[in-house]
Design a protein around this ligand. Structure first.
Ligand SMILES: C[S@@+](CC[C@H](N)C(=O)[O-])C[C@H]1O[C@@H](n2cnc3c(N)ncnc32)[C@H](O)[C@@H]1O
Length: 313
C-alpha cells in the first residue's frame, strides 16, 4: 500500500487529526510555494536570500578550509534559488564538488537537474528524489570527501520541537567528524510579522494549505469539499511555535478511497504544518546536544534569520 495513503489514513484517524507537511509538495504545491516565497509578507526567503547573495563568497571560503573536495548535499532543495549563489561562488573558487539536491518532489529534482547545469556550466549535479535520510543513506560515504549538508529555508522549523533533537542526531549519524551542517533557522521576532507570513493578504498560504486536500482528492480518490475547510494559522510567542490548521466549517464526512471514511465536527481542526521559531542560544544548545559544534553564525541585516554552520565533533 502506498505510503502517502497510509500516512493520510493514520493522520485522519488520530484523535487530534493531522496531515504531514511533507505532502504539500506536488506540482501545484511546488508552484504555490514559489509564489509564497515571493509574497510581501513571507520574509524568511528574503532574509536568507540576503545572506546568500551577500555572503556566499565568505561561505565558499569557509567550506574550502574544510576540504578541497566536497560533497554538497541539500536537504529539501526546492528551487535552489538561494543555494545557486553559493554554487556559483564554489565554482568560481574552483572547489572540487558535486551538488546532491535531495527532495521528495520528483518535479523539483527534474527541474534542478535540467536547469542548474545550464545556469552554471561545469557544475556537477546529481539529484536524489526521496526522503532526507533514505537518500543520505543511499549516497553513502566517499573516502577523502567531506560532506557539507545544507538545510535551508527554516525547513528545520517544520520539525516539532520534541523531535528536532532526534532529527539532528540522525543527521549526525550519516556524517563524519569534521563534516559540516549549514542550517537555516527563522528567529523569534514581532509575533505579528511571523503570523502575517503564514496568512498573507493575497491568500497564497491559504491556497497552499488547501491544496493538500486537493492532492489527497486527486491522488487517493478522496472527496474533500475544499469549500468546507478554512486555513487557520496561529503563533504562540511563548513557545515560538507557529501552527497551520485546516478547520472544518461544518459537520461532514470525508472518504479517502472506497473504504476509509472520517467524520468531522464543525470547528474540528486538521493540523497541517508547524514552523518553529528559535532564539540564537537555542540553536547553539541544539548543536551541542546532538554531536555538533557551532562554528559560524550568519545573519541578515535585521537579524531575523540565522544560517548556522555546525561542525561534526
Ligand atoms: C519549504 S520548501 C523549502 C525549499 C528550499 N530549501 C528553500 O529554502 O527555499 C521545503 C522543500 O523540502 C522538500 N521536503 C519536505 N519534506 C521532505 C522530506 N521529508 N524529504 C525530502 N524532501 C522534503 C519539499 O518537497 C520542498 O521542496
Amino acid at each position: 500500500m502506498n505510503r502517502f495513503y497510509k500516512d493520510v489514513v493514520r493522520g485522519l484517524s488520530a484523535d487530534a487529526k493531522y496531515l504531514d507537511s511533507k505532502y504539500f509538495y506536488d506540482k501545484e504545491g511546488d508552484k504555490l510555494f514559489t509564489e509564497i516565497m515571493a509574497c510581501p509578507e513571507y520574509y524568511p526567503t528574503r532574509c536568507e536570500m540576503e545572506i546568500f547573495s551577500q555572503q556566499s563568497t565568505a561561505i565558499s571560503r569557509l567550506f574550502k578550509q574544510y576540504g578541497e573536495e566536497l560533497e554538497l548535499v541539500e536537504l529539501g532543495a526546492g528551487d535552489a534559488t538561494k543555494s545557486i549563489h553559493l554554487l556559483r561562488s564554489l565554482v568560481e573558487d574552483r572547489v572540487n564538488f558535486t551538488y546532491y539536491p535531495i527532495d521528495i518532489s520528483s518535479n523539483v529534482i527534474k527541474q534542478l537537474e535540467d536547469k542548474l547545469p545550464l545556469a552554471l556550466p561545469g557544475l556537477q549535479v546529481k539529484g536524489l528524489n526521496g526522503e532526507y535520510f533514505e537518500m543520505l543513506k543511499q549516497l553513502g560515504n566517499t573516502p577523502g570527501k567531506r560532506k557539507v549538508v545544507l538545510f535551508l529555508g527554516s525547513n528545520i522549523g517544520n520539525i516539532p520541537s520534541d523531535g528536532v533533537n532526534a532529527f539532528c542526531k540522525e543527521l549526525r549519524r550519516y556524517l563524519n567528524k569534521g563534516d559540516l551542517a549549514f542550517i537555516g533557522f527563522d528567529l523569534k521576532k514581532d509575533p505579528r510579522t511571523i503570523l502575517a507570513a503564514y496568512n498573507d493578504k493575497g491568500g497564497i498560504t491559504r491556497r497552499f494549505n488547501l491544496n493538500l486536500l486537493h492532492r489527497i482528492n486527486n491522488e487517493l480518490g478522496a472527496d474533500f469539499d475544499l469549500s468546507g475547510f478554512e486555513h487557520y494559522p496561529v503563533y504562540d510567542p511563548g513557545t515560538g511555535t507557529c501552527k497551520s490548521y485546516l478547520v472544518s466549517l461544518a459537520e461532514q464526512r470525508v472518504c479517502v478511497g472506497d473504504t476509509e471514511c472520517f467524520d468531522f465536527k464543525e470547528g474540528e481542526p486538521i493540523h497541517t504544518e508547524i514552523s518553529q521559531k528559535y532564539a540564537v542560544a537555542q540553536t547553539d544548545e541544539l548543536a551541542a546536544a546532538t554531536g555538533f559544534k557551532p562554528v559560524k553564525h550568519l545573519f541578515d541585516s535585521r537579524h531575523w534569520f540565522l544560517d548556522a554552520v555546525w561542525e561534526c565533533v
